[in-house]
Write a new protein. Structure first.
Lengths: 105, 108
């Protein structure tokens, strides 16, 4: 009984440590699925509300990316798709995504 | 006749897709207005919150500057700088920065 309890505690500790140590850029990889449909396709253009190339964000300054997402989230920066996407992001998500794209080579 | 029309349309579209600004004029303007924060070629901003502009899409840069100028995109700093730019200045600056090299790239 004691052994089993100890095992459960040990597993929980290992699991906790593993998720805590996951690098920001790595865990962001799971979060960027909603970004790559536009920002990951070379030459992709917005179709609405105005037609122009979506910006390249790979290699951009992480702080700029984070500020942009926060401004979209509050509505201070205007774009319907980006507003919708940013609204679903937590501060941690934004940090992770900024690190992922900003740290990209 | 139809073939001629198609050709004319294709040429018109190709022309529209190309940068209309003059990069050389943009370089001069950038040195006066943009370089202090974004770096002379836009590749090395002087503060981490400022975006890299070098290698960014021409039409995106034009859109950003027009939106700053109109107030549709808000930034106290960029509102001030863009206010002095003409339509031609904006296209020239976008042509300059879009043609410069940086680490900006497509990332999945």
């Amino acid at each position: 009984m004691l052994a089993r309890t100890l095992l459960v505690v040990a597993l929980a500790a290992v699991g906790g440590a593993a998720s805590a140590q996951k690098p920001a850029a790595q865990s962001a990889h799971d979060k960027v699925s909603m970004c790559i449909g536009c920002h990951g396709i070379p030459g992709y253009k917005t179709a609405y509300p105005e037609v122009y190339h979506v910006p390249k964000i790979g290699g951009q300054n992480p702080m700029y990316i984070a500020n942009a997402l926060k401004a979209y989230r509050t509505g201070e920066r205007w774009h319907p798709s980006m507003r919708g996407i940013a609204a679903s992001l937590s501060d941690k998500d934004i940090e992770d995504i900024a690190a992922y794209y900003g740290g990209a080579k | 006749m139809t073939r001629l029309l198609v050709l004319a349309l294709a040429l018109a579209l190709a022309g529209a897709a190309q940068a209309r600004g003059d990069a050389a004029a943009g370089k001069e303007k950038a040195a006066q207005v943009c370089a202090a924060c974004h770096g002379p070629t836009g590749a090395k901003p002087t503060a981490p919150e400022n975006p890299i502009l070098a290698g960014q899409h021409y039409d995106y840069l034009v859109r950003a500057l027009r939106d700053y100028k109109s107030g549709k995109r808000s930034s106290a700093v960029m509102k001030g700088f863009s206010a002095s730019l003409s339509r031609q200045d904006i296209e020239d600056l976008a042509a300059w920065f879009a043609s410069q090299e940086s680490g900006l790239h497509y990332q999945r």
